[in-house]
Design a protein around this ligand. Structure first.
Ligand SMILES: [Zn+2]
Length: 129
């Protein structure tokens, strides 16, 4: 964002979720980063990073076997971002376990916004991960 607004930045900000030294773009951070790829795999979402973000998301939805794809997708992505922020602002190292616990906690909140059968579905999803 800073670069887009033409602030002068000396060094490329590299991703804090992995050791690749890759520039921290949204595409890297949320989708192609090794850390994030592992998160997606953990919840059964396969993300093809060789295509556009929209195309990859559509394909991921088609290939996803569960329900509530976009809700789960959004919560998972949000918590990858939270892991990153927790490191940047609190110097807490990102872990897949803390990502999973946050994601499960947010999924639990989602139970209050959906029908009873979806609520039950979320409960079993959370208990099985
Ligand atoms: Zn990375």
């Amino acid at each position: 964002m800073l670069k887009r607004r033409h602030y002068h930045i000396d060094d490329i900000e590299s991703c804090v979720l992995c050791t690749s030294q890759e520039e921290e773009t949204i595409d890297h951070l949320i989708f192609s980063c090794q850390f994030s790829q592992h998160c997606w795999a953990k919840i059964g979402i396969s993300y093809n990073t060789n295509t556009s973000r929209i195309e990859a998301t559509i394909r991921a939805k088609v290939n996803y076997s569960g329900r509530l794809f976009f809700e789960i997708f959004t919560i998972a992505a949000w918590n990858i971002w939270q892991e990153r922020n927790n490191y940047i602002f609190n110097k807490i190292n990102p872990t897949h376990n803390s990502w999973l616990e946050r994601t499960k906690a947010d999924l639990n909140w989602l139970r209050y916004r959906v029908s009873i059968d979806l609520s039950d579905y979320i409960t079993s999803l959370v208990n099985n991960h």
